[in-house]
Each structure stands twice: as C-alpha cells, then as structure tokens.
Design a protein around this ligand. Structure first.
Ligand SMILES: *[C@@H]1O[C@H](CO)[C@@H](O)[C@H](O)[C@H]1NC(C)=O
Ligand SMILES: *[C@@H]1O[C@H](CO)[C@@H](O)[C@H](O)[C@H]1NC(C)=O
Ligand SMILES: *[C@@H]1O[C@H](CO)[C@@H](O)[C@H](O)[C@H]1NC(C)=O
Ligand SMILES: *[C@@H]1O[C@H](CO)[C@@H](O)[C@H](O)[C@H]1NC(C)=O
Length: 308
C-alpha cells in the first residue's frame, strides 16, 4: 500500500525555466529559497504537466478538450483548463542551477486518499488511521531519498479541502458522512484533510529536528487557500455562486456527474467563464485558481510555512 503511494509520488516531472516575471523581493528577504532557482516536482495529477499522457496514451481524459482550452487552446495532459501551480512557479524561476540548488516540489497524492474514500467506500475515520499515515510516510521517505542524493530545499503542497470539491460533494453527500459546514463543504472529509496536513507537518518537523541536517522544508498551504477562496471568492475574482461547482461537468448541484465527466464525454458542458471558477473538472483546479494561489505565495509569504 505504502508502495503504491510512493510510486505515485515518484512520477517525475522536469522543469523548464524562464526568465520573466520577477517581483518577489519581500519574499526573498524572509525566505531566500523562494522562489526557487530550479524546480523538480513529484506529485500526482495535480502537478502532472503531461507525464500521465505520455505514460498511458489514450487513457487520460486530460488528453482531450476541453482540458487546456483556456490557456494552451489544446489539451496538454494537464488536469486543468490551463496552467498548473508548477507552471506559475516555474515562470518566476530566474535561472537554472545545479541539481543541489534546485527546489523539490512534492504534492500529497490526493488520489490515493480519494480512491479509498470514494471507490472502496471506507469511512473517513478508517482512512485517517490507514491511508493517511501511509501517504505521510511516503512523503517522508521520498524526502529522505532525495536528501540523500543531495537535495536540500523542498516545497511540499498539503492536501486541499477535498470536502469542498464538486466530485466529493456529489458522491459523498448521498452517503453516511454527509454533514456539511457553513461553507457547504463536507465536514468529515475536510477534517480528514486537516488531520493529514497536521500529521504531515509533524512528520516533517521531526525530519528536520531529528534526522536530516542541512535541509529547508516549506509547506505550501493549499488547504487554507482553498478554504479562503471559498470564504471570500470576490477577493480573488471568483464568482460567489460557483465556488462549489465545477466549470466542466454535466449538471447537478455541483455540476459534476460521475457518468459524464470532463474530457471523456462530448455531452459535457463547459462554463463560459472558467476564470471565475475554483474547480475545473470537479477535482482539479482551474488555471485561475492556480495562478491566484501562486500570486498569494509570491506576495509576502502567504500560505508558505517554513518547517523549523
Ligand atoms: C480518526 O477519526 C475518528 C472518527 O472521526 C476519530 O475518532 C479518531 O480519533 C481519528 N483518529 C485519529 C488518529 O485522529
Ligand atoms: C446522511 O447520513 C445519515 C447518517 O449519518 C443518513 O441517515 C442519511 O440517510 C444520509 N442522507 C442521505 C441523503 O443519504
Ligand atoms: C536554508 O535557508 C536558509 C535561509 O532561510 C539559508 O541560509 C540556508 O543556506 C538554507 N540551507 C540550505 C541547506 O540550503
Ligand atoms: C455569477 O454566477 C451566476 C450564476 O452562474 C450568474 O448569474 C452571475 O451573473 C455571476 N456573477 C458575476 C458577477 O459574474
């Protein structure tokens, strides 16, 4: 099981460096390693810039339109209408440097957790003591391995508010764990994400304090930004009436249908204003959300938590 999570994390993505868009001196002063000088990313479909498409051709919805339609005007294998967080961060990276100077981005494999909850229908109270610790361990192990190879700087993306995603809202609202909070999100699923994120920070703190010397780890707090975007959509240009709806989907209260999903069926409907949506396809984020998140991170350390 842990092996599965580990392999999911080790889908390697390489990154492309550009010299544009520099404007992060505030951040630089308080955190010299952000923005990073080079990026190496490990993650799941939230950070896959096309590896899935190359590894499993003709199997991924993300190789079909309307994926990619907002920014690239063609599918690229990215699970979004446009760019991913990693693309926006890469656009801030000034120059390529040696392997050791790079920053390694790792995102928690949300797919592992969701498949236990939604496909295997395990209760959140079981997943919190089984899959979540495995995923946290897998990240610690990946970090140890990379550190052994000379990597020193890490940016770890935590688990977003899965209980606010159209896919989970649609599938789990009919189940036993259907209580919602005042934002309309599923309480138990978000509690699971918070628990995983707390465990992750604890594990990373132990690594820094006890095991690994000469290392910098920062957590990028996806969970908090996701919640803040739903709480105050207007602050980020999102439409308040669409915070829990997918842009690309097939009706229902959250514009998500498990039978007719984005990129897999031509009957799917795409919103005309993806820039006002948080969710692109029910699970993955829009180009707009990813851009706003990186903007926030670049702007004075919001949502960046150095582990000391
Ligand atoms: C897992 O969830 C259950 C039910 O919400 C809770 O009672 C239990 O304390 C949780 N376990 C941990 C380790 O947080
Ligand atoms: C919500 O969950 C409760 C049990 O926690 C269950 O009795 C009820 O049927 C569920 N509601 C729906 C719509 O499935
Ligand atoms: C970690 O970051 C600090 C500044 O926050 C920097 O001085 C130090 O060189 C970095 N360590 C490594 C191993 O890169
Ligand atoms: C927000 O979305 C609603 C429903 O889709 C729409 O009626 C409204 O015009 C939108 N508001 C803005 C400011 O675009």
């Amino acid at each position: 099981m842990a092996n599965v999570a580990y392999q999911a994390i080790l889908l390697l993505l390489l990154v492309f460096l550009s010299k544009e868009a520099i404007g992060f001196n505030d951040v630089k002063n308080s955190f010299p390693n952000f923005p990073p000088t080079a990026i190496f990313a490990f993650g799941d479909s939230l950070s896959d810039t096309g590896n899935g498409m190359q590894a499993f051709p003709f199997n991924m919805p993300s190789e079909n339109l309307p994926y990619g339609s907002t920014y690239f005007h063609a599918p690229t294998g990215r699970f979004s209408d446009g760019r991913l967080i990693i693309d926006f961060i890469a656009s801030h990276v000034p120059t390529a440097k040696a392997f050791e100077d790079g920053t390694y981005m790792i995102s928690v494999s949300v797919n592992d957790i969701l498949s236990r909850l939604l496909d295997q229908r395990l209760p959140p109270s079981v997943v919190n003591v089984t899959t979540v610790p495995q995923v946290v361990n897998a990240i610690s192990e990946a970090l140890r391995d990379l550190h052994k190879e000379g990597a020193k700087n890490f940016l770890i993306f935590n688990i977003p508010a899965v209980g606010c995603t159209p896919k989970v809202l649609t599938l789990a609202s009919k189940g036993q764990f259907n209580s919602t909070d005042k934002l309309g999100c599923l309480e138990e699923y978000n509690a699971l994400a918070r628990k995983g994120n707390k465990d992750l920070e604890l594990a990373l703190t132990l690594l820094v304090k006890k095991d690994l010397i000469n290392i910098n780890i920062t957590v990028a707090d996806m969970y908090s930004f996701h919640i803040d975007a739903i709480k105050s959509p207007g602050d980020y240009g999102f439409n308040a009436s669409e915070t829990l709806e997918a842009c690309c989907g097939y009706g229902g209260p959250f514009n998500y249908s498990p039978l007719i999903t984005c990129g897999q069926n031509s009957e799917v409907k795409v919103c005309s204003n993806p820039g006002e949506y948080i969710s692109w396809d029910g699970l993955h984020f829009t180009d707009a959300f990813n851009q706003k998140f990186v903007d926030e991170m670049m702007d004075g350390m919001h949502y960046l938590k150095p582990i000391a």
